[in-house]
Write a new protein. Structure first.
Length: 328
């Protein structure tokens, strides 16, 4: 039987990564900052170039790739029946963002990828991460759960009664854009004011004290009064967003990833948990928050999980070869 290889493409507002794997393990991984100049095809073409570079490192050709799984920030729209990326963290035409040097409103992601690969599956990055955590990580088989990222943006992947939720355009889980405050002037890249992402995302939160968000959280952790107040308020907003989803979907478990939670979840978790559990015990009793078992690799594994042949899964669960990605 001919050897099979698959590719994973992780598209984020900050970086893009391409990884290729055989049935035994990931073989190579290439990353770059996500391109935000040129034509609207540029990010998708960058993804193709990264897959080609990863194949070259692995000693294979792109023609040997049987399927490509894509874990991407969203949201998506459909044009001519194909998914296009309409991410406010990449597309400058979404809200005339001064920090995005383009006027794109959509990126023809699926169209460009299918010009080179026939088997392509694209999911929101949090949906892909949820699939990975249910396949290899923290919530194996859990029927009522969500994956949440607190990073450059805020996103969710949702599973109810064992069914991954998608919605009409694959945008189920964009609860980072639920409106939280009618009085906040915090501006989200999507154009909303006062939505969850505007209030607490890594891209926006640091604006409160005119410093990078990473510096704000470090200062808060060190006891700086002003920074601590902002961080605690952010954790409370985050907890309120999680409560809203518990109330709407009757979820049991939240698996949380993303750079903010990865670095600061240990001391932010009590504020978040308190905000959830201080409301309506009949809904919130027993709701748990846990870190992503796959950690920083969850996006890559999410993309792989979308297209991984079923006969590979048992071997990967046993050998956990994704740890090789840490050295690629």
């Amino acid at each position: 039987m001919e050897t099979r290889f698959i590719a994973a493409l992780d598209i984020g507002g900050t970086k893009m990564a391409a990884t290729v794997a055989s049935k035994d393990a990931p073989l190579s991984r290439v990353t770059q900052a996500t391109v935000k100049i040129g034509t609207s095809r540029a990010p998708a073409e960058q993804g193709l170039a990264l897959i080609e570079a990863a194949c070259s490192q692995a000693g294979i050709t792109p023609g040997q790739i049987s399927a490509v799984g894509v874990s991407s920030c969203g949201p998506f729209v459909r044009e001519d029946g194909m998914l296009c990326l309409a991410a406010p963290n990449i597309c400058g035409g979404q809200a005339a963002s001064i920090d995005l040097p383009n006027d794109w409103t959509t990126i023809p992601l699926e169209k460009v990828l299918r010009e080179h690969f026939s088997d392509v599956l694209i999911e929101n990055d949090c949906v892909a991460a949820l699939v990975a955590e249910r396949t290899f990580g923290a919530v194996l088989g859990e029927p009522n759960c969500a994956y949440v990222t607190w990073s450059t943006g805020i996103g969710f992947g949702l599973c109810v009664d064992g069914n991954i939720l998608h919605g009409k355009h694959g945008n189920a889980g964009h609860a980072g854009h639920m409106l939280m405050s009618e009085v906040s002037d915090a501006l989200c890249g999507c154009g909303n004011r006062g939505d969850l992402e505007a209030l607490i995302s890594g891209r926006n939160l640091g604006n409160r004290l005119a410093k990078p968000t990473a510096d704000l959280f470090r200062a808060a952790r060190a006891g700086d009064t002003a920074a601590l107040a902002v961080a605690q308020e952010a954790a409370q907003w985050f907890g309120r967003g999680l409560y809203n989803l518990v109330a709407a979907l009757d979820l049991r478990t939240f698996v949380v990833g993303g750079s903010v939670w990865h670095h600061h979840g240990d001391w932010l978790k009590p504020y978040v948990q308190k905000e959830i559990c201080s409301h309506m015990p009949a809904l919130t009793e027993g709701v748990t928050i846990m870190p992503a078992a796959l950690g920083a690799l969850v996006a890559d594994m999410g993309a792989f999980s979308l297209v991984m042949p079923p006969d590979w899964i048992a071997n990967w669960r046993q050998s956990k070869p994704w740890h090789a990605l840490e050295n690629l």
